[in-house]
Design a protein around this ligand. Structure first.
Ligand code: ATP
Length: 202
């Protein structure tokens, strides 16, 4: 699974549709201060399902929508799409029947985010699990933001352990365990209610 193209439209400073083609050997993006380098990395996190506005350096998620500039009015939506080369068939099973996968996230003012995988509407969770199972995702340690290295050096061992678990690709298992435990609790509550009903009938 290899990322091949990131397309931004109305995302932060990228008001016009912009393609970042990710070719073999790309090791860095350089440019003057404020030209949008960090915005590119944030777009990548965002399309992979980032849900914390603070991770986008914003107060609310709608802050990722182009807010306007001296010569341009603001936009009502932002969209980021990520193209993935899956010719090596390493994508998780549910999405592993195509050579290329396109993941799209769109946010519209007052309407929140919508996600698509391969043109099909999906939930945020589906996108997050796709990347978690592939040892990637919005919180992947492979995406290093400014200041993160010094935070890591000062981090407690439990925080460092999470980074190792993410890198090992087991972050998705925690989410599934959490969901399985919630289902188990709901089933136990239903059983208890059933016992009450049976006791009343007896
Ligand atoms: P540096 O090298 O200083 O870290 P950078 O190249 O990483 O800079 P970014 O932080 O990615 O730059 O981009 C900052 C620019 O994005 C600023 O000019 C800011 O005004 C603009 N920007 C951020 N959010 C929005 C938004 N919602 N609408 C319009 N412009 C935005």
């Amino acid at each position: 699974m290899r990322f091949t193209r990131l397309r931004l439209n109305g995302f932060k400073s990228f008001v016009d549709p912009t393609d970042l083609v990710i070719r073999d050997g790309l090791t860095g993006v350089v440019g003057p201060n404020g030209c949008g380098k960090s915005n590119l990395l944030e777009a990548l996190r965002w399309v992979m399902g980032e849900h914390r506005p603070t991770a986008m350096r914003g107060g609310g998620m709608e802050d990722v929508i182009f807010a306007g500039a001296a010569s341009r009015t603001g936009r009502n939506f932002a969209e980021v799409s990520l193209h993935i080369d899956n010719t090596d068939r390493l994508a998780p099973a549910a999405f592993n029947d195509a050579d290329a996968i396109e993941v799209v996230r769109r946010i519209t003012r007052d309407a929140g985010s919508a996600y698509r995988i391969g043109g099909r509407e999906v939930r945020a969770r589906d996108v997050q699990m796709l990347f978690a199972d592939a040892a990637s995702g919005a919180q992947s340690p492979a995406l290093v933001r400014q200041g993160q290295i010094s935070e890591l050096i000062a981090a407690k061992p439990t925080a460092r352990r999470r980074i190792l678990e993410d890198a090992a690709g087991i972050a998705g298992l925690y989410q599934r365990r959490h969901e399985a435990e919630a289902k188990l609790r709901a089933a136990e509550a239903n059983l208890a209610r059933l016992d009450d009903v049976i006791a009343q009938l007896a």
